[in-house]
Design a protein. Structure first.
Lengths: 217, 217
DNA sequence: TCTCCTGAAATCGTATACATTATTGGGATT
DNA sequence: AATCCCAATAATGTATACGATTTCAGGAGA
């Protein structure tokens, strides 16, 4: 959630990045306890930077702390997933509306290129990265760095669930069709249409993920 | 930004709360360096919980870290204030829209009571608390705890600037008129009107605060 | 079977030491 | 006099060791 940490590569930041990736890839599963001594040993650091890394991840919502019992990988209930999507819709819609008038031809071409790459991508992790890049490309001209950080945080929270979900379904095809509708509306400068397509895009993803998590329960 | 820490009263949380209050009240001013040893001594704790408190405040945007130079009370540029208000509008509008259909008579009465208290309140700190309570009362029925946390975080970021600004102006009267318009629209269940009044309310506050900070520069 | 107790394990916090990085202030040089 | 360099200082960032507290599991006893 921080904005200005420059190129800080403190131990805590490095560990947070590593843990974030592991949570994201599902190596560390939801609900799994994160033992401080074990992790400190694994990364070859003391408990101080490790705890600070966990605090950072707690702020991002990826880790939950239970007093005197330590940290676990945060688990999201279907309700929480729905809430996060609700927030994503509010923030991403606002970002997109502000960005559309400032979109350049280069931005649109970049979006198109990313969609083409998405069509080719088989690896789910990279697919999800590209998916974020597409969205970020459309929001970036709004020139609101904090807003982008917050949206990315929300995105990261859902990402790990989305990945396990995507593995079994052909969600990607539908998603790509929606992406193209959004991009097309952006090209026309049609804010209302782009906003509508984006909201549909996120709402459908939300509904499918919530349904998936509910039945998995 | 955390959601579930129960009633955790760890040292770090207690210190974070104390520092938050001091920043908020202007005892710790923007840009002021936060020396770890000094603060640790002042609170009678070691550096570990103190650093964790600073990390927590960093996540909330109240503190900025400069690598190897420590922490300072975060400073907001006019652009950043505008951005935060932009995010507030997006999130609070969404919250209000979802809450209005669920508002009970008790909620509306509570809002009315808070407005009456606001009319009487002279102390700026308490006025700001009540101001938040009013907004929170209207959003709470949306039953979205994370959303509420995020809105509160944004609110806290601007609060300390708003307080110094309010001190010199009679912003409160205009604000109260807008509050009453919002509440009235909520009573009628008129989502569009309530949304419009809320957006105006926040936009006007944003414009005045940005103008104030720009000329103070 | 239920309750209570005990002990292991983990967290939380303190104290201390040390390496690294910034900062500063006083010369030395131009 | 102004600038640059450099050493002294100060603060951060991290490691290590230790003690206190809490949680939790499992066994003893009724």
């Amino acid at each position: 959630m921080s904005v200005n940490q420059e190129n800080s590569l403190s131990s805590a930041d490095a560990i947070a990045r590593a843990l974030r990736a592991e949570i994201w890839q599902g190596i560390l599963k939801s609900g799994q306890p994160l033992r401080q001594d074990e992790l400190a040993g694994r990364f070859g650091v003391s408990k101080i930077p490790l705890r600070e890394a966990l605090f950072q991840l707690k702020a991002e919502g990826l880790v939950a702390f239970y007093p005197n019992r330590g940290a676990v990988v945060a688990e999201l209930s279907p309700d929480e997933v729905e809430e996060i999507y609700f927030m994503r819709i509010a923030l991403e819609d606002a970002a997109l509306r502000r960005a559309i008038p400032k979109l350049t031809v280069a931005d649109l071409l970049r979006g198109e290129q990313i969609l083409a790459d998405l069509d080719q991508e088989q690896n789910i992790g990279r697919w999800s990265d590209l998916n974020w890049e597409f969205h970020a490309t459309l929001y970036a001209p709004a020139k609101m760095p904090r807003l982008m950080e917050w949206i990315k945080t929300l995105h990261n929270n859902i990402g790990r669930y989305l990945i396990t979900y995507l593995a079994g379904m052909d969600y990607q095809r539908a998603s790509q069709a929606e992406h193209r509708q959004i991009l097309e509306a952006c090209r026309r400068g049609d804010i209302q249409a782009a906003s509508g397509h984006l909201q549909t895009h996120l709402r459908l993803a939300s509904e499918q993920l919530v349904a998936f998590l509910s039945q998995r329960r």
